[in-house]
Design a protein around this ligand. Structure first.
Ligand code: DC
Length: 217
């Protein structure tokens, strides 16, 4: 079974997907973390985004491991914290529009889900990666609420940031993600729209589980 959860940054996809996965025994795949790993690796190697050969080399060698406990490993190293830092936040949008990056991650994402029951969160899961997913949900919330949540999450991870900065970066990223030519963020025609602005993580997870149960069982 494939459950696709798409939506903008900070809509609650991460925490909600984790909870739904745990409650229903589905493997949780955070595709944003995968784009962040590619971005971090490009930054680590000091590669310019015009250097296609070098990016190809990064993609050929990259090893991304999403652990069950939520930790993210890049080429054998725990980068869970690093991939959420500002440097990566600023670079991840331009990296995620590079066609060969999307092609590589599409292959990896389909491979990771093969023969498994998964809940996969991202931007293009219901539209591009798994157009035939059993359940598709488009999770949304206002930009202000999403910024508040991101600030809180950063604080919990020991990352310093201001609300204004986060709001600005969320709005810029939304704009870029929704207007890009390749795999833009948009609701799949057959996805169910869910607004989490006034819902807790638990309430949002309850709603999603209700939808999964009516659709897939
Ligand atoms: O969900 P997130 O904020 O961790 O995602 C980081 C970036 O990766 C986001 O700006 C858009 C990109 N992304 C994407 O293009 N496609 C996905 N399926 C997931 C993320």
């Amino acid at each position: 079974m494939i459950v696709a959860i798409d939506g903008p940054a900070g809509a609650g996809k991460g925490s909600v997907t984790k909870q739904v996965g745990e409650r229903l025994g589905l493997i949780n795949i955070d595709t944003g973390a995968m784009f962040r790993c590619v971005t971090l690796n490009i930054l680590q190697k000091g590669i310019n985004l015009e250097e296609e050969n070098k990016i190809k080399e990064v993609l050929d060698k990259i090893h991304i491991d999403l652990k069950e406990n939520g930790k993210v490993f890049l080429n054998g190293k725990d980068v869970s914290k690093q991939i959420r830092e500002d440097e990566v936040n600023h670079m991840v949008s331009p990296v995620s529009v590079i066609p060969m990056v999307r092609k590589k991650l599409l292959e990896l994402q389909r491979q990771m889900a093969k023969g498994k029951n998964v809940i996969m969160e991202g931007r293009d899961i219901g539209t591009v990666i798994f157009p035939n997913a059993d359940v598709k949900i488009y999770l949304d919330a206002t930009a202000q609420e999403r910024a508040r949540r991101r600030v809180k999450q950063n604080q919990e991870n020991g990352i310093d940031c201001s609300y204004e900065e986060v709001l600005k970066s969320i709005m810029e990223r939304d704009q870029k993600d929704a207007t890009r030519e390749i795999a833009p963020l948009k609701q799949a025609e057959d996805a169910i729209y869910l607004d989490s602005t006034n819902l807790s993580v638990e309430e949002t997870a309850d709603e999603i589980i209700k939808i999964i149960k009516t659709k897939a069982y």
